[in-house]
Design a protein around this ligand. Structure first.
Ligand SMILES: Cc1ncc(COP(=O)(O)O)c(C=O)c1O
Length: 466
């Protein structure tokens, strides 16, 4: 069972006050952080008096907030042992979209056109596999070869033995953090970053060292170099292309600079290339792995083809692939062979898939930008070169306020702080443009109505400026 201290909870909650009475605003914020995964189901909450002290509130206010959460089924109190976060019997991701018509919490797209044909082609190839065991811990030789060739085409010669096929890129990140970090190790992480990378580092008990990334300015490389020198993180997690959520990319020069700093200080960089295919107009850049043999690369077909395929990979040294394979056996014994054969077919149609995704994302981005310009003329809306989402400065509203209001309008969103550490990014909202233009227009309309619910006055507390 996990417990959370009052001070830690206060940090996660961030500036939580709104125009609602304090007990209601506090309860709403606790529910939001539970729904978006910052506070896990089953966590034991701090005692009322401790939380009251940490937040500078009366105990009665906290007791009323807890009572409200209990009434809503979000908190369970057990005599003698405390109060526990409850999302019912369903996982947070499901609870988060209950009764929701528009789910914008995931930046995911339906299967690309060629996916069905690739399944059919793989069905024609499965015959000979059926007379074998059907599972290989490191992956099917055909897919390992196809992924190695994909790296070679991009200027990084790769032996198939350097590839480990995984069940999606998230599996790859979790496996790598588990093998590369020992509890207490420091890990460089972008701020903001992909939330499940934070989860993986937390599961590995690594201590995150944040490095700022901005929509316009990209990475603060001087800060990254200083962090590597001073904190000597054993690993770092970066998304060099169309970073999720900012859409920023590292230039060629910056790739070299980052890789050199990592080599100097013994930091193993994990380059997550899941979003590298989502280029609207930037043009190809060399993989981070081209700049240092120590870089470990994660990739996958979730964004290019279909998340439902659950195929990803790791490119690493042969010895690290062997260590990863050994560690994997406690989790699973390999990725299903059929999906790997589908992946081989898909990689052969890379160009076609990239073109299809580009059209879809360009249409989604245009619909999102038009809708926002019309409904929120006061916002400066970014125009990223690619990626999945807009990372918006949503002031004067707080992100959590908008997210809670949007739920009432049938739109599920993830609040800015889910992408950062310690409650940062309450002034930012991630809006994926992966959906159809119609859904995007509907979502922007719902967001406007959510904002109108809070239009009556300024926030009770300043936004966290990051
Ligand atoms: C940056 C990044 N890495 C990894 C993943 C997970 O990919 P997969 O579905 O292959 O596990 C995602 C999915 O959103 C992502 O955005």
């Amino acid at each position: 069972m996990t417990s959370i201290t009052a001070t830690r909870l206060a940090t996660i909650l961030g500036p939580w006050r709104s125009q609602s009475p304090a007990y209601a605003a506090l309860a709403d914020r606790i529910r939001l952080v539970a729904l978006d995964g910052r506070l896990a189901h089953g966590t034991r909450m701090p005692a009322e008096r401790d939380l009251a002290a940490a937040l500078g509130l009366s105990r009665t206010t906290v007791a009323a907030a807890y009572a409200r959460l209990r009434d809503a089924g979000s908190l369970e109190s057990r005599r003698g042992s405390g109060s526990f976060v409850s999302l019912g019997t369903r996982p947070a991701a499901v609870a988060a979209v209950d009764g929701i018509a528009l789910d914008f919490t995931k930046a995911a797209m339906p299967a690309a056109g060629p996916v069905a044909a690739c399944f059919a082609a793989a069905a024609g190839l499965i015959g000979p596999e059926l007379s074998r065991s059907g599972y290989e811990i490191t992956g099917h030789p055909a897919l390992r070869g196809a992924v190695a060739a994909h790296f070679a085409r991009r200027g990084v010669p790769t032996d198939p033995e350097q590839i480990l096929v995984t069940s999606g890129a998230q599996h790859a990140i979790a496996l790598l953090t588990r093998v590369l970090a020992t509890p207490g190790d420091r890990a460089l992480i972008e701020q903001p970053t992909y939330p499940h990378a934070i989860d993986a580092l937390q599961a590995a008990k690594a201590r995150p060292v944040p490095v700022p990334v901005d929509v316009e300015g990209g990475w603060d490389l001087a800060e990254a170099e200083a962090a590597m020198r001073d904190a000597t993180p054993s690993l770092g997690y970066v998304m060099p292309d169309f970073q999720n959520p900012t859409g920023a990319s590292l230039s060629e020069d910056e790739r070299g600079r980052l890789a050199r700093a990592a080599d100097r200080h013994g930091t193993v960089l994990i380059a997550d290339e899941t979003t590298m295919w989502l280029d609207l107009r930037r043009g190809p850049r060399r993989p981070l792995a081209a700049y240092s043999p120590a870089v470990v690369t994660v990739g996958g077909l979730g964004k290019l083809a279909w998340g439902g395929l659950r195929v990803g990979w790791i490119r690493a040294s042969r010895s690290l692939v062997a260590r990863l394979a050994q560690s994997r056996t406690s989790m699973d014994l390999g990725t299903p062979v059929f999906e790997q054969l589908v992946a081989v077919e898909l990689l052969a149609r890379e160009r076609e898939l990239v073109a299809e995704r580009r059209t879809r994302l360009a249409d989604g981005l245009a619909a999102m930008r038009e809708g926002l310009a019309e409904q929120f003329p006061q916002w400066t809306v970014p125009d990223p070169d690619g990626g999945l989402a807009l990372w918006l400065d949503c002031s004067p509203w707080s992100s959590s306020e908008l997210v809670l209001g949007a739920r009432e309008e049938g739109l599920a969103l993830t609040a800015g702080p889910r992408f950062g550490l310690n409650g940062a990014f309450e002034g930012r909202l991630r809006l994926p443009f992966t959906d159809s233009p119609e859904s995007i227009r509907a979502a922007v309309g719902a967001l406007r109505r959510a904002a109108d619910r809070h239009a009556s006055g300024p926030l009770a507390e300043p936004l966290v400026a990051v």
